[in-house]
Ligand binder design. Structure first.
Ligand code: SAM
Length: 325
């Protein structure tokens, strides 16, 4: 128990898929004024140093976000009319998908001060990304709430310290509590004055324990029963294990039974030479109508940069199903 530390994996291809999807989803929800409840059932430490021993040992960010940074760095130089770029880089920049650009702009902001082509020092996890989007833009975010749950004794302390630095007061809370259990007490969210309730829930366990797969499905089913219009995002690994194979199928079935819309996105960067994780998926219940288009445009570009050489099995997919009334 608790051998998993996200610091080894922060900014890898799985984080890229997860956070790209999260940012595109949340960005859409933030366009409306009504208060929003945000829940991260498995929050991690909040933000990670890319030059830490953990990141350097695993090298996972080097095969993930750091490859995308090259694109972003080139884009900034282009904006600054820096010396001419290679033609291929120019083409990539001109065509960078909006969702990908938005995600990379956010990561850049956490690395303010780094030279356009200088190495990024940190990678924000889901709690800090959600907080950043929550406090952005013209809408009044004072009624939004961000509830973070993390069980690892060291990571929850780090998370609490990072949240403290945000100075967000009661808007953001951190608890060392089982995220699956905690979620039950939070749904449905309180009604806004206008009568509309809104919530986004990210469920992102480490799947260290086999029972996590069943707990995820149960959490989504229970969530839909308590609050059918909530947006639920589930990250899962694509690995040859029956529980892992079964999870997206199970989520699709129970979402369809509830008559709700769904989206399932996968990213496979090609067979990892070290036998590590090479593919993962994001299942979204009640996705915004803009999400499919955003991912259809962004994922081929992401794959282009993250695939490993000829990358046996490399690919991406976005499947979606409509709401049934
Ligand atoms: N959501 C984070 C992000 O995107 O930046 C990463 C989370 S990491 C994949 C999963 C985290 O869940 C680990 O930090 C682990 O310690 C924590 N964890 C494991 N079991 C948990 C539980 N039952 N409740 C809450 N957190 C748990």
């Amino acid at each position: 128990m608790f051998s998993y530390r996200h610091a080894f994996h922060a900014g890898n291809h799985a984080d890229v898929l997860k956070h790209l999807t999260l940012v595109a989803t949340l960005r859409h929800l933030m366009r409306k004024d009504g208060p929003l409840l945000l829940v991260d059932t498995h929050a991690g430490a909040g933000i990670y140093r890319l030059d830490s021993e953990a990141a350097q040992t695993s090298g996972e960010a080097a095969g993930g976000i750091e490859r995308l940074q090259a694109l972003r760095g080139a884009a900034i130089e282009e904006e600054n009319q820096a010396p001419a770029l290679a033609k291929s880089a120019q083409t990539a920049i001109n065509n960078i998908a909006d969702g990908l650009s938005d995600y990379l702009t956010l990561i850049t902001r956490f690395n303010a001060g780094a030279a356009p082509r200088g190495a990024w020092r940190v990678y924000p996890g889901s709690p800090l990304l959600m907080h950043a989007l929550m406090t952005e833009g013209a809408r009044a975010p004072v009624h939004d709430r961000l509830k973070l749950f993390e069980m690892h004794p060291t990571d929850v302390q780090a998370l609490a310290a990072h949240v403290d630095q945000l100075g967000a007061g009661r808007q953001v809370s951190v608890a060392r509590q089982d995220g699956f259990e905690a979620l039950k007490a939070l749904l449905p969210p309180p009604a806004a004055s206008a009568g509309s309730r809104r919530a986004l829930v990210l469920i992102d366990p480490s799947y260290e324990i086999k029972t996590d797969y069943a707990k995820v499905a149960a959490a989504v089913q229970d969530g839909l029963r308590r609050f059918a219009t909530g947006v639920y995002l589930v990250w899962y690994p694509v690995i040859p294990r029956p529980e892992a194979h079964g999870l997206p199928r199970r989520l699709k079935t129970l979402t369809q039974q509830a008559g709700r819309a769904w989206l399932n996105a996968t990213l496979h960067v090609g067979a990892a030479s070290d036998g590590g994780l090479s593919a993962s998926g994001m299942f979204v219940v009640n996705p915004p109508h803009t999400l499919k288009g955003a991912l259809d445009a962004a994922l081929p570009q992401v794959l282009n940069l993250l695939r490993d050489g000829p990358g046996r099995g490399a690919g991406w997919s976005v499947e979606a199903g409509a709401e049934k009334r």
